[in-house]
Design a protein around this ligand. Structure first.
Ligand code: MSP
Length: 647
């Protein structure tokens, strides 16, 4: 029998951006569903990729003195590589500069042009250069771009327009009739609200003289295609020519996952483009929330962009995959903090998950030399465990339909709790004391091992490496993918006689001291210094003199210095800035004694947002150099009064 198909997509990411946890979030979320559906026997197509045209790419390429194509060929790899590290199981990776994509964009443009859906007119209005978007007077917010708040420019241009406005009533009906088309509900209401206003036609061209880096319009080579019109088509160009799309079996998509920032482009532009092209709409567009970091918006200028490679190095892939989807209900905004991450590792992963597997394998080793016994004496405690397994499996499946990741994990953890309680209640250590008890013990440990296997299958979409490690320790050679969801529909798949091998703890606890150190480091050093980027998003890492002058560096004289009791690294300083005194916490306690510091003139970043470290406010940062071992304060080879600007 032919398998049922299932198509799921992420947005295609701007190739100029350095991948961060926001990008990873959408991609991991899509990966989890793709993996689950494969376990359920679907023929899954999971697509991600990069958005490679447009002004920002052109400008960045110019700055680095190379052709845009060379530039994007190099940059897109950062996303590809990160997805490999995150064990993302995408079936394809589409780039909008590929010919297979461009030809479908041209095909659709020509079709819409021939059918009178695209027309040319003179346009006068406002243009946001960074966002590459046109706005009408009424759209502007305080005279600025309503999307990014930056300045807009008045533009007079002849351009091509897609007759989007005429689709408004139909689109409203479609949204009303298809409850799941836009999720979550709050976002659906937002779009319905937006559609109460008249819908403008969409400008889909940019004059080549102003912006050559794009797909030329097939009917007018003086223009290139607007980057969004081009990019959205990736979701279908991956399936081939227009005619092939319908036959591919993969369109319409089951889920298109996006961030809330790009909901209008998907639920309005994309939906009307599909309608005009004669293709069905995706079954579901799900707009998830945004991540902040320690309560602050992730921003290149603040330098708090969380860099996923850094997190993977420190905590491992599965921990990050788990945390991102467990911590925040999908659809809501979330806050990233190392503290919350460590909390989840210790409570959910080390204590709950690690504990059940370890206890089971430990007792199998102790009482049965690691060989899984046959279950033969059933007891009162067995049926709640088996029943809970069935309930959880069913509920998890339902929750996948809602993309309720956090609830899915909470549900799986309910079963974990049931497993741990089962072991407590059956008390295998007591059963082992008598011959009769030993028979019952065999059943209890068989069931505990099967519970571990069920859990491994259920967590596999979220934590594929962990699931594989659990299977290995349970002595099961059949890969998770081959066991599939079928294998957990009925209790008792695992074979008696299987030789288990207790291995190292799958999630060791992060001890308090280590946790404290990690937290201290991230607070002092910023969440991920490696990812600091220029405000305008260029990847060359260079800043202008104006950027540099934003940092207000001043001479500051240290008046007082005292160690902070609970911290090995921090010293509390009182510094004189000439016009005022400030309290500054500096991570230099391992290199300097307080008495060596008083009287010195140091360099202070005077316009840094105050931050709390160990409960104390730090009103600035002093500069020091470190090679990883030695820390040396920056200073001057002569005397300067406090408060002098350093540049
Ligand atoms: N290229 C367009 C999408 C075209 S799709 C046809 C684009 N790219 S993007 O790289 O800027 O962002 C893509 C997605 O990254 C966002 O929609 C969102 O899914 C994700 N995120 C970027 N920053 C984010 C957070 N801080 N938090 C969560 N996700 C965010 O827009």
């Amino acid at each position: 029998m032919k398998k049922k198909t299932f198509f799921i997509t992420t947005p295609i990411y701007y190739v100029n951006d350095v991948p961060h946890i926001g990008h990873a979030y959408t991609t991991i979320a899509a990966d989890v569903v793709a993996r689950y559906k494969r376990l359920a026997g679907y023929d899954v197509f999971f697509l991600t990729g990069t958005d490679e045209h447009g002004q920002k790419v052109q400008q960045a390429a110019e700055k680095s003195n190379r052709e845009p194509q060379t530039h994007v060929d190099e940059l897109h790899v950062r996303f590809k590589e990160l997805w490999v590290r995150f064990n993302i199981s995408n079936n394809d990776f589409i780039r909008t500069t590929e010919e297979r994509h461009q030809k479908v964009v041209r095909e659709i443009l020509q079709k819409l042009y021939d059918e009178g859906e695209i027309y040319q007119k003179n346009y006068e209005g406002w243009y946001c250069m960074p966002d590459e978007r046109f706005w009408t007077e009424k759209d502007l917010k305080d005279g600025n771009c309503p999307e990014c708040g930056r300045k807009v420019e008045k533009i007079h241009e002849s351009n091509y327009f897609f007759k989007m406005g005429q689709h408004r009533d139909w689109l409203v009906d479609h949204i009303n009739q298809n409850e799941n088309f836009i999720q979550p509900k709050s976002r659906r209401n937002e779009i319905l609200g937006f559609l109460k206003q008249p819908l403008d036609d969409l400008c889909i061209s940019r004059p080549k003289e102003r912006l050559p880096w794009g797909i030329p319009l097939p009917f007018d080579d003086q223009y290139v295609t607007y980057v969004w019109f081009d990019a959205l088509i990736n979701y279908i160009s991956v399936h081939g020519h227009l005619e092939q799309i319908k036959d591919s079996g993969y369109w319409p998509a089951a889920h298109q996952l996006i961030g809330k920032d790009i909901l209008t482009t998907h639920s309005v532009y994309w939906a009307t483009m599909l309608k005009a092209t004669g293709l069905p709409l995706p079954q579901n567009i799900f707009a998830h929330g945004w991540w902040t970091v320690n309560g602050q918006k992730m921003s290149k200028s603040v330098g708090n962009v969380v860099e996923p490679n850094h997190l993977i190095d420190q905590f491992g892939v599965d921990v990050i995959r788990y945390f991102l989807l467990r911590e925040v209900p999908f659809g809501q905004d979330g806050d990233f903090s190392h503290k919350a991450l460590i909390g989840r590792i210790n409570s959910d992963l080390a204590n709950n998950l690690g504990n059940l597997l370890n206890r089971t394998l430990n007792m199998l080793k102790k009482y049965f030399k690691g060989e899984l016994p046959s279950p033969d004496v059933s007891g009162d405690e067995d049926s709640p465990l088996v029943a809970k397994s069935a309930e959880v499996i069913q509920e998890v499946d339902r929750l996948y339909g809602e993309l309720a990741y956090s609830k899915i994990l909470a549900k799986i953890w309910e079963f974990l709790d049931t497993g741990n309680i089962y072991i407590n209640d059956t008390a295998p250590w007591n059963l082992a004391k008598t011959d009769d008890g030993k028979k019952r013990l065999a059943t209890v440990l068989y069931n505990s091992a099967e519970a571990c296997r069920v859990i491994a299958i259920l967590i596999a979409p979220f934590m594929p490496e962990t699931a594989a490690k659990m299977m290995e320790q349970l002595g099961i050679d059949t890969p998770v993918e081959q066991q599939g969801l079928d294998s957990i529909q009925k209790w008792g798949w695992i074979k008696s006689g299987t030789q288990t091998h207790q291995g190292p703890q799958i999630f060791p606890r992060i001890e308090d001291k280590v946790a404290e150190k990690i937290l201290e480091e991230v607070t002092i050093g910023g969440e991920a210094p490696a990812s600091k980027k220029k405000e305008d998003g260029d990847e060359d890492g260079l800043i202008t003199i104006d950027d540099f002058m934003k940092v207000d560096l001043r001479t500051a004289k240290i008046l007082e210095a005292e160690k902070i009791k609970k911290s090995k690294k921090l010293i509390k300083l009182k510094v004189d800035l000439g016009t005022e005194q400030r309290q500054v916490l500096a991570g230099i306690a391992e290199a300097y004694e307080p008495e060596q510091l008083v009287g010195r003139t140091v360099i202070l970043v005077a316009n840094l947002k105050p931050a709390k470290l160990m409960g104390l406010e730090s009103q600035g940062m002093i500069l020091a150099g470190s090679d990883g071992e030695t820390i040396i304060l920056g200073g001057f080879d002569g005397d300067l009064p406090p408060g002098v600007r350093v540049k």
